[in-house]
Every structure is written in structure tokens, then in C-alpha cells.
Ligand binder design. Structure first.
Ligand code: GLN
Length: 536
């Protein structure tokens, strides 16, 4: 019988529920179980695609083109759970589907209600996410217990826990143990949080307490006494100064996986956590640092470019490099008279994806700087488009060259909409989305990185390199480094006479893992490192 684990959170948001759920997934995989990860997001958006990266962090894209919450990125980085549209459930999707069914008359005249219709829809989707191979489905419920929005998801979890029968479904609840003045650790918010769960009809089986330090046995016993959770089922996710990827090992030391297996009635089996241990060895062995300037417009929130930052870290692990992230708001470059004051001590430049005209002037300054000073450059999606616009303006002399996303009136629309995108009115889910194939030309940096021509990466964009300008660009020396298999779209460009500069229309960051860095990020960091002399 398939097992379920529901991961909820209390006290406040941003406790690292996604990382905790993913780490548990990694541990269960280490025990040879097949894991399916599901995220329930209580917001009314149908998907995360229309949300600003300022509001909710990056939009993560799956192979099948789902635009999801960034926690799915954690799931992919920590586990092998196959992820698709089915693994990301939002209140928006649930209501959209229930209302459609109501309009079709499928409820046979009954009054359509939150319980049972909304909760049934949630349950059906959770059950449908797993494949025949799945042993354990880990369902993370977004938000915090007590939020109005998450009530239907918690109610669906309660019903599934009851229906699954004892030992087949567990509730794992994440809470905060804050430290008050004087350094005292407080358990009261955790007690209240568990009470809120009990009010929803769910008795947590396992608690994971976020705390600044490991908790003493006494404190864990006190938490157990007040919450009805077994003392050996109170775990601590304490602050680490290494990397979040150490968390599976931290949980393993506390025997989280053993307790979960026991409570689920799964026979104990050998744990193989070698990939995580090797990764931590690589982490400790890094030497020499480089400074990578990420020039974007959503710089205040780390989560806005989450997968990019993670992929840079993975590349550092693989090349033995400490990658220092220098987050540069492109508007600072626009205002500055002297780019050298901002870019002068940067060893490599990365321009990530983005939307809208704001900030692109500063990105063009950064791209020109990288090209002229022969600084390693990685342009992702918008970053590739910027590379092409900069080339058109500064090398070909087409001063107003632009993307029609930023300037409709340009006489040189080097980046423009595809025919089939021109009349689209809806913003949600209508871009070129998901994984597709690109063919790299031999002799390019891309080909060297992937060691093959056929590349499979994920897309999320609307605008394209305009084929009208392909010949002129190529004749002037810009290397068209990859195309779609049919040759109809440009997928990558590289600067000539430059040590390492690659712009790609796809997003290599999404498939990067701590145990296997994305090839382009790895080679980018290797190039940055060799150019900077490798020392730091
Ligand atoms: N705004 C650009 C487009 O839609 C780039 C998108 C991106 O960087 N993800 O084509």
C-alpha cells in the first residue's frame, strides 16, 4: 500500500518547509524507497507563472512546462521525484476545476461546497500525483497553520490520514523555537502551533523544530509533553553555516528516517547517503574564490533567482571553487557614470532571465563590459537577448536595435515575437514553456560543456532571436551556437574572440543539482576561475 507524509508548518513562514520536506525525501530515497513530492499552494493563482518574482520568488519550470512554486526546485535538487504539472496543486486550479464541473452539471444538482467538493478535488489530485512505482508521497502544504487559505488542504490531509488507516499516513509539522533576549529558547509558539493543528483534527506524528542551535534533551521532552508527540519524534533543524544540502545528513544523525520508517511500518533497510557525503566533502575541499556579478532587477529577494544562485553553488562544488555572489541591481549601472566602480573587481558576469524593459539598459552596459574586457559571461534567456541586442548596437552600429518587448518602434527588432505569439491576450501559461531539444554546433562552448549536440533544457519565454537578422549577425561574427532541431529558432549565441561567453535561450539552472552541476554553469565557473588566475 502506498504511504503518505503530509508536511505542514506553523508559527511563521520561511522556516524551510520545502527544504525539510525535500531532505526527508532524500533520506527515504537513501533507504531505497521511491518518493513522489507534491506541493499544495493555498493561493488563488492557477499557477505561479503570473506572479512577480518580488512577491513569491522565482517561477520554477518543470519538463512539461508547469510554472510552479520554487519549492519544486528544492524537490528536484534533493530528490529524484519525477515532477510535472501533477505535482503542483493550487487553490486556483482546484476552484477552476470544481467550477468547471459545476457548469457542466456534473454535481447532479447538489449544492457545491468546500467540504466535500473542494476537499475531494484536492484528495483526487494528491492521489493522482503518484506513479505505480511510488512508495511514499510527500505532500507539502504551503502557508502556515491558522491561515484561512490553507484550511481546505489541511482538511483534505486530515481525511486522507484517517482514510489511509494507521501507519499509512503521517503528519510532519515544522515549527519555530525562537530565542529571546538573554539567549533563552522558547517552546510556547510550538505548543500553540500544534494546538492549531489539533483544532484542524490532525495530531502531528513528528515535529521538526527550527532553532538557532540543537535543542537539549530536556527541551525536546518538554515539547513532547505539551504536544503529544513522542519524545524520539521531536527533531531539530538547527541553523547551519555550511549549506542547506547538509540538512539530510543532519536529520539522518538524529534518525529522522528511522522514526519515519517505523511509524509507517516499513521494515528497516540499509541507508545509502554516499552522494550527500561526497557532496559535503567537495564542499569542504573548495579552495580559491571567484566573484560573479549577477546583473538583474530583482536583487533584493534572494529567492527571485533561487535556481541560478543554487546552480552557481553547484558549479562551485564541482570545480572546487567558492563562488561569491555579487548581486548587482542593473539600475545602479544605469545611474553610474563609471561602470568600472561596480564591475571593476568582478571576475564573471551572469545576466539571468527577466521580463519588461526596466533595468535592461544596465544589463546592456554589463554585457558590453564583459565583451570588451573579455570577462566570462553567461546570459540566460533575457541574458542571451541582451547579448544579441548589445552586439547589434555596438558591433553592427544599429543604435536603436532592441527587443519588441522593450521598444515597439525600433527599426532593428533583433528580438521579436514569434508569429503564433502575436495575438495572444492571456498572460498565464501562454509562453514557450518546458523542455525541448536544442542542437549545439560542434566547436562551440556549449558543445564542449554538454559533450554532445543534442541538449534538452527548459524554456520560459515569449520573444525570440529574429531570423530576419540571423545572416547579418552571423556575417558580423556573432556565433549562432545552437538551433532547434528544425533549425527554425536560434537557441544560443557566443561571442567570437572572447575566452568564454555563452547566451542561451533556455534555462540551464532548473536542472542543476548539488550532486551534478549543470554543464554550462560548471564550465562558466571553470572559465571565470581560469581567467581570474584561480586564486582568491
Ligand atoms: N522577457 C523575455 C521573453 O519573454 C525573456 C524571458 C526570460 O528571461 N525568461 O522572451
Amino acid at each position: 500500500m502506498r504511504k503518505y507524509i503530509f508536511v505542514s508548518g506553523g508559527v511563521c513562514s520561511s522556516l524551510g518547509k520545502g527544504v525539510a520536506a525535500s531532505s526527508l525525501g532524500a533520506l527515504l530515497e537513501g533507504r531505497g524507497l521511491s518518493v513522489c513530492m507534491v506541493k499544495c499552494d493555498p493561493y488563488l493563482n492557477v499557477d505561479a507563472g503570473t506572479m512577480s518574482p518580488y512577491q513569491h520568488g522565482e517561477v520554477f519550470v518543470t519538463d512539461d512546462g508547469a510554472e510552479t512554486d520554487l519549492d519544486l526546485g528544492n524537490y528536484e535538487r534533493f530528490t529524484h521525484s519525477p515532477l510535472s504539472k501533477a505535482n503542483s496543486i493550487t487553490t486556483g486550479q482546484i476552484y477552476e476545476s470544481v467550477i468547471r464541473k459545476e457548469r457542466e452539471g456534473r454535481y447532479l444538482g447538489r449544492c457545491v461546497q468546500v467540504i466535500p467538493h473542494i476537499t475531494d478535488e484536492i484528495k483526487e489530485r494528491i492521489l493522482a500525483a503518484a506513479s505505480p512505482e511510488t512508495d511514499v508521497t510527500i505532500v507539502e502544504i504551503g502557508g502556515t497553520v491558522g491561515d484561512i487559505e490553507s484550511i481546505p488542504f489541511l482538511e483534505a490531509a486530515r481525511q486522507l490520514i484517517t482514510e489511509s488507516g494507521r501507519g499509512n499516513a503521517l503528519s510532519v509539522h515544522l515549527t519555530l523555537i525562537p530565542e529571546v533576549a538573554g539567549g533563552e529558547l522558547k517552546t510556547k509558539p510550538t505548543q500553540h502551533s500544534v494546538k492549531s493543528m489539533q483544532e484542524q483534527g490532525i495530531q502531528p506524528d513528528i515535529l521538526v523544530c527550527r532553532a538557532p542551535v540543537m535543542l537539549e534533551e530536556d527541551t525536546r521532552r518538554k515539547i513532547s509533553l505539551f504536544t503529544n508527540v513522542d519524545p524520539d519524534a521531536v527533531f531539530v533543524s538547527y541553523d547551519v553555516n555550511t549549506t542547506v544540502y547538509e540538512i539530510p545528513l543532519i536529520f539522518y544523525k538524529q534518525k529522522l528516517d528511522q522514526v519515519v520508517l517505523k511509524k509507517l511500518g516499513v521494515e528497516s533497510r540499509h541507508a545509502d547517503l554516499r552522494p550527500w557525503k561526497i557532496m559535503m566533502e567537495k564542499f569542504a575541499a573548495r579552495h580559491g574564490s571567484v566573484r560573479v556579478g549577477i546583473v538583474g532587477k530583482y536583487m533584493d529577494l534572494h529567492d527571485s533567482y533561487k535556481s541560478v544562485y543554487e546552480a552557481l553553488f553547484h558549479a562551485g562544488l564541482e570545480t572546487g571553487t567558492i563562488v561569491e555572489l555579487c548581486k548587482i541591481d542593473s539600475s545602479r549601472l544605469e545611474e553610474s557614470e563609471k561602470p568600472e566602480e561596480i564591475l571593476g573587481n568582478i571576475d564573471g558576469i551572469l545576466i539571468p532571465g527577466g521580463f519588461g524593459q526596466r533595468g535592461t539598459k544596465g544589463m546592456l552596459i554589463a554585457a558590453a563590459w564583459a565583451r570588451e574586457h573579455k570577462i566570462a559571461y553567461l546570459g540566460i534567456c533575457l541574458g542571451m537577448q541582451i547579448m544579441v541586442i548589445e552586439w547589434a548596437r555596438n558591433v553592427l552600429g544599429w543604435n536603436d536595435a532592441d527587443s519588441t518587448e522593450f521598444n515597439h518602434e525600433t527599426t532593428h527588432p533583433v528580438i521579436s515575437l514569434l508569429e503564433d505569439q502575436v495575438n495572444i491576450k492571456d498572460y498565464g501559461g501562454t509562453m514557450r514553456l518546458g523542455q525541448s531539444e536544442s542542437c549545439a554546433k560542434t566547436g562551440t562552448h556549449i558543445f564542449t560543456a554538454y559533450k554532445k549536440s543534442n541538449i534538452h533544457e527548459r524554456h520560459r519565454h515569449r520573444y525570440e532571436f529574429s531570423n530576419q537578422y540571423r545572416d547579418a549577425m552571423a556575417e558580423s561574427g556573432l556565433n549562432i551556437a545552437a538551433l532547434t532541431p528544425a533549425g527554425d529558432l536560434v537557441e544560443a549565441a557566443e561571442w567570437p574572440d572572447h575566452p568564454w561567453a555563452v547566451g542561451v535561450q533556455f534555462h540551464p539552472e532548473f536542472k542543476s543539482k548539488p550532486t551534478e552541476a549543470a554543464p554550462l554553469f560548471r564550465d562558466f565557473i571553470a572559465a571565470v576561475r581560469s581567467q581570474s588566475g584561480g586564486a582568491g
